[in-house]
Design a protein around this ligand. Structure first.
Ligand code: GDP
Length: 439
């Protein structure tokens, strides 16, 4: 909603032909309200608005650009600065020790797995080390994640209560494993207490980490910021990982975090799955908040998951008019690899606005599954020669896929139309329209 509110303010501002103190003040008042509503810390919001105002008033009006656009740019730049400017990479000088800390439920263990996967993909050799001696379930959870990611995991012996002893054993084990990055998952608590702090300090001293990262739940808003301050006092943080940015969190935590704690946000978690995790780029989040989309993230994510050859092949088939149901299935698989359609499209500029106008069916994965079921009920011959599918074949496909004849007919008709449009270049827009209305 922060994004929606700002979007409205900026749309008004963009159209403004002349900048006056009044229209800047009006816009800034609205922005300040939006920030506070999003749970941004009061002083952070106040200072931020003052900065934007000062810069906006000082703008030298360029002839070629609308003044409103220029203010949006100022806002974007200031927001990026507030979020920390450039991305801050991890110190991974091997053997790098990374200590993860945080409250229970923040997503610490999940994040340990995500980070291991990320580092593995980057060509490092991460090891996971369980240091939670209170919850045996936490150790098991980490072991399961390690298996999924395919990295070695150290688990303390059952009943072991001496944390330093565990850490010592872990380091000896790690030497044999030939790892380059050691990720320590520590015990959490419901809230910060003396015992937790004591233990963490002890472990911190022994492990002597390159990175001490707080895993904080963005949904807890300003509480996350105060938790970060406490942990920083206790052990000295080198950075923060904000989790659950996918939820309908008010997002204010991300905005206040850097300013209040002085610590960079290094990664963000955006879902429960292991690959829903990434390096934090202040400029990208800023433009996402401003409703300008996060195209770079999207393209990067897509590049990682989609085989370029596969995509080229599909594009060629489309243009040549040979697109058949086998290609259709391939495309469905490609789309699926990109993750939920909704999340993907959410990164497109202005999509949040469009989404409200779309029929809900357009983004319905259930419907996609039904279309797929229809195709899967075809014989290989039918899939490669769609024109064969007539009367009795249609009936058989409907029965086989658990759909009505009406649904099958409608799908075949839309497929035929889509195919025709693919052939004529430059008609992409019509095609999108067609897809949007596809049932
Ligand atoms: P820990 O107690 O700090 O170790 O927390 P867990 O790793 O067990 O995570 C607590 C819950 O939050 C689990 O259900 C996770 O699946 C979930 N979770 C963790 N990170 C994210 C995230 O980025 N987005 C969402 N939606 N859920 C997350």
């Amino acid at each position: 909603s922060l994004s929606d509110n700002l979007d409205k303010t900026f749309r008004n501002l963009r159209g403004v032909g002349k900048i006056s103190e009044k229209n800047i003040s009006d816009a800034l008042r609205e922005i300040r309200m939006s920030l506070l509503e999003a749970d941004v810390e009061f002083n952070v919001a106040k200072e931020f608005i003052a900065n934007v105002k000062e810069k906006a008033m000082g703008i030298e009006v360029l002839k070629s650009i609308k003044p409103g656009e220029q203010i949006v740019k100022v806002f974007n730049d200031e927001l990026t600065a507030l979020l920390g400017g450039d991305a801050v990479p991890l110190d991974l000088n091997p053997p790098a020790h990374i200590l993860l800390c945080g409250l229970n439920g923040a997503g610490k263990t999940t994040t340990a797995g995500k980070l291991a996967l990320r580092l593995k993909k980057d060509g490092r050799r991460p090891l996971l080390i369980a240091c939670d001696l209170y919850r045996p379930a936490a150790i098991e959870q980490l072991q399961t994640l390690a298996e999924q990611v395919g990295v070695p995991c150290f688990a303390p012996e059952a009943g072991e209560k001496n944390l330093v002893k565990v850490a010592k054993q872990a380091l000896a084990w790690a030497k044999d494993q030939n790892g380059t990055v050691l990720i320590f998952d520590t015990a959490g608590r419901q809230e910060i207490d003396d015992k937790l702090v004591e233990e963490l300090k002890e472990l911190h001293k022994f492990v002597d980490p390159n990175e001490t990262l707080l895993v904080a739940d963005s949904a807890t808003g300003q509480q996350a910021v105060s938790v970060a301050q406490h942990f920083d006092e206790a052990v000295g943080l080198t950075g923060i990982i904000l989790t659950k940015l996918d939820g309908d969190a008010r997002g204010g935590a991300a905005l206040s975090m850097r300013q209040v704690t002085g610590k960079p946000i290094k990664f963000i978690g955006e879902g429960e799955k292991l690959d829903q995790f990434g390096v934090f780029h202040p400029d990208r989040l800023a433009s996402r908040i401003l409703g300008m989309g996060d195209i770079v993230s999207m393209v990067e994510g897509a590049a990682e998951k989609i085989d370029e050859k596969e995509a080229m092949h599909a594009a060629k088939r489309m243009q040549s008019g040979k697109f058949d149901f086998n290609d259709f299935l391939e495309q469905m698989n490609m789309l699926r690899k990109l993750g939920p359609l909704d999340g993907l499209l959410g990164m497109l500029p202005g999509f949040n606005k469009i989404k409200k106008q779309l029929p809900t069916e357009a983004l319905d994965e259930g419907r996609m599954k039904r279309m797929e079921a229809i195709v899967l009920s075809m014989t290989p011959k039918e899939r490669s020669r769609p024109e064969l599918i007539k009367g009795t074949r249609r009936r058989r496909i409907a029965a086989g896929s658990g759909n009505t004849m009406l649904e099958v007919n409608r799908f075949l008709k839309q497929f035929a139309q889509m195919r025709k449009m693919m052939k004529s270049k430059g008609k992409m827009k019509d095609m999108m329209k067609q897809l949007g209305g596809m049932e």
